[in-house]
Design a protein around this ligand. Structure first.
Ligand code: 9MR
Ligand code: 9MR
Length: 582
């Protein structure tokens, strides 16, 4: 079908009324662009010609004409792409890209603060994940739901038994966030999630104070971001055994629930399972950072900062006594009943958790014992963090608070910086040859389970490099990765539910599956392409790394959502808003 531009209504009907008119071969950030920022669409088609135009969505008026770049070859699919760069076009409004041979792109806006709704929506995503809370319509709209999982009588699993708490003891461990599409709560994954959100607050406190997510606590004296963090912090505090400081690895059902149950319908027994060194160190890091942040809210939350610090220090002590208690679910199941077959987060490499806990504890206490216990520069290179690799979080915090490093330790500052810059330079190398002109996806290794979070975490690393150098190229490439997440990628999806035109409608997310509402819960970041297809869904279009994504709720390996994926999205969207607004 061809669009008619003679009257504005016809054009509006054309672009909103019928999805056929959109070309899925023109891919761009479906939310939009900053007037003075870079603006790129990628055309992935055999023979698109050489020209593109920008048109107003309401009138169809052509406002810009451009030339497509020479073709680039996508290294995974061998498909040709061409870049439509319209950065020079700086007018505000709502537009589409048109390529005559193909049709029009999804509409997008050009304006200031264009990503603020994404930042707010992604943070609000955490509200929707709250455990032990009903979500009234007032805050949750049509995604309102009754409270689930009071977690007031959680059983101590035999693997977690101690003298004071024998197996079967019931403890209260309410609140927190559901980890992902499942209803369990995992300390390791809470670790990086909380660290990322609290680091966002420490990096951009003024802007974070203005972020309003319209949650029940919005009227109180705390920024909404910290109110949200508190919901999970209070749960985490209950996961520490008060008798020895060790921290349970997770709070979980024995088996995953069925997909068709809302939280309040999923009522199987829940257990706290085996303490682990990784969980305990991640907990120590989070509590130390929280102690630092909530110290400023002593009037509103008397004693909280002290409690967090005590919790952090006793967790550290436990870890020094039990440095090798790594979580091996199979070994645990061989030894104890009932078997537990939910998420393992079974990281077997604990050196990075030591660095992170040491860094946060040192920064909060200024006790150099923590700093000296670990060796910061024993690995060759820094890596983009994920739930199992938190070394970068230590570097970010130490550099943020580098004034707290006194001689001789201030001598380490240049090396912390250099390692971040080195990694950033590696990430941005040859982006101008890449099919989508993004840092994300230069290598097939980027397409892990949760690849969207990898893109967001690359973005954070680039933001850190920008903060250290003020070299604009790092910021531009961080923005490029946000563009990737919002649609400039080989699938053509914006991976954030509810943001953009073509977004996941069927994430592997139990409430979204079970609630009977056609639209999924909004503000959640879908995992993204993952050629390993561990879920064995049959609806994947392809095994090509950057295309191996299916918007099907069977697909936990490409289309689940998770708190450790949403947190870097919140960080990236907020940081971009702040820095592009400067
Ligand atoms: O729903 C579970 C999801 O949260 C996990 O990421 C995934 C992998 O651990 O497992 C999902 O649960 C599935 C289970 O592994 C196998 N049986 C079907 C379950 C729901 O699809
Ligand atoms: O994000 C995790 C990914 O790195 C692992 O490869 C995968 C399988 O162990 O598990 C992912 O985490 C899931 C967790 O185990 C259970 N809740 C849902 C998480 C996201 O899929």
């Amino acid at each position: 079908m061809k669009c008619l531009f003679s009257i504005s209504l016809a054009f509006a009907a054309c672009i909103t009324g019928n999805a056929q008119n959109f070309s899925n071969e023109i891919r761009l950030n479906q939310v939009g662009f900053y007037p003075t920022g870079s603006k790129i669409a990628v055309v992935s088609a055999g023979n698109p010609g050489t020209a593109f135009t920008i048109k107003k969505t309401d009138s169809g008026e052509v406002v810009y004409q451009g030339t497509l770049s020479a073709p680039r070859v996508n290294a995974f699919s061998q498909r040709n792409t061409r870049i439509a760069d319209f950065s020079a076009f700086q007018k505000k409004g709502s537009f589409v890209v048109e390529v005559a041979a193909l049709g029009i792109s999804h509409p997008f806006e050009i304006k200031e603060k264009v990503h603020e709704p994404v930042a707010v929506g992604a943070l609000k995503g955490f509200y929707f994940q709250r455990v032990s809370a009903g979500l009234p319509e007032r805050y949750a709209g049509k995604w309102q739901r009754p409270a689930g999982h009071p977690d007031d009588k959680v059983l101590v699993h035999p693997s977690a038994a101690s003298r004071a708490r024998p197996a079967g003891t019931a403890i209260a461990s309410p609140m927190g966030w559901y980890d992902a599409g499942d209803y369990n709560k995992y300390i390791v994954n809470s670790g990086i999630t909380m660290g990322t959100l609290m680091s966002l607050y420490e990096d951009f406190p003024a802007f974070c104070k203005t972020l309003k997510t319209d949650i029940p606590e919005s009227g109180n004296a705390l920024p909404d971001l910290l109110d949200e963090v508190l919901w999970n912090l209070r749960w985490m505090l209950t996961m520490q055994d008060p008798d020895d400081g060790g921290v349970y690895h997770k709070l979980t059902n024995a088996e995953f629930d069925g997909m068709n149950q809302m939280p309040h319908q999923a009522v199987k027994p829940r257990y706290v399972v085996q303490k682990s060194t990784t969980a305990t160190l991640d907990f120590a890091a989070v509590m130390a950072q929280a102690a630092r942040i909530f110290r400023a809210f002593e009037t509103q939350l008397p004693g909280l900062a002290d409690s967090c610090l005590v919790a952090a220090e006793s967790a550290w002590t436990w870890a020094t006594l039990y440095p090798d208690v790594l979580y091996d679910q199979k070994a645990m199941n061989d030894q104890f009943e009932p078997d537990v077959n939910t998420g393992a987060y079974g990281d077997q490499e604990v050196s990075d958790e030591w660095l992170w806990a040491a860094a946060e504890l040192y920064l909060t206490t200024q006790n150099y014992t923590y700093y000296q216990t670990v060796v910061f520069f024993n690995n060759a290179d820094l890596s983009v963090p994920d739930w199992s690799d938190v070394e970068a979080l230590a570097s970010y915090s130490l550099l943020r608070h580098q004034k707290l490093l006194e001689a001789p330790y201030d001598g380490d500052v240049p090396e912390f910086k250099a390692r971040i810059i080195r990694l950033a330079d590696l990430l941005i190398q040859d982006v101008d040859k890449h099919a989508y002109h993004t840092v994300m996806g230069k290598t097939a290794k980027d397409f892990v389970w949760g690849s969207s979070a990898h893109a967001a975490n690359q973005g954070i690393l680039l933001i850190q490099a920008y903060s250290l150098t003020r070299d604009r190229k790092y910021l531009d490439h961080a923005l490029g990765n946000l563009d990737y997440l919002l649609g400039r990628n080989a699938t053509g999806y914006s991976f954030v539910t509810g943001f953009g035109d073509k977004t996941p409608m069927h994430p592997h997310h139990r409430p979204s599956v079970a609630d009977g509402i056609p639209e999924p819960v909004p503000g959640l970041l879908s995992g993204g392409p993952n050629p390993n297809q561990q879920d064995k869904c049959t609806t994947y279009p392809s095994r090509i790394p950057d295309e191996s994504f299916t918007d099907d709720d069977c697909s936990y390996a490409s289309n689940e959502i998770a708190i450790n994926w949403n947190a870097p999205l919140v960080y990236l969207a907020v940081a971009i808003e702040v820095l592009m607004g400067e």
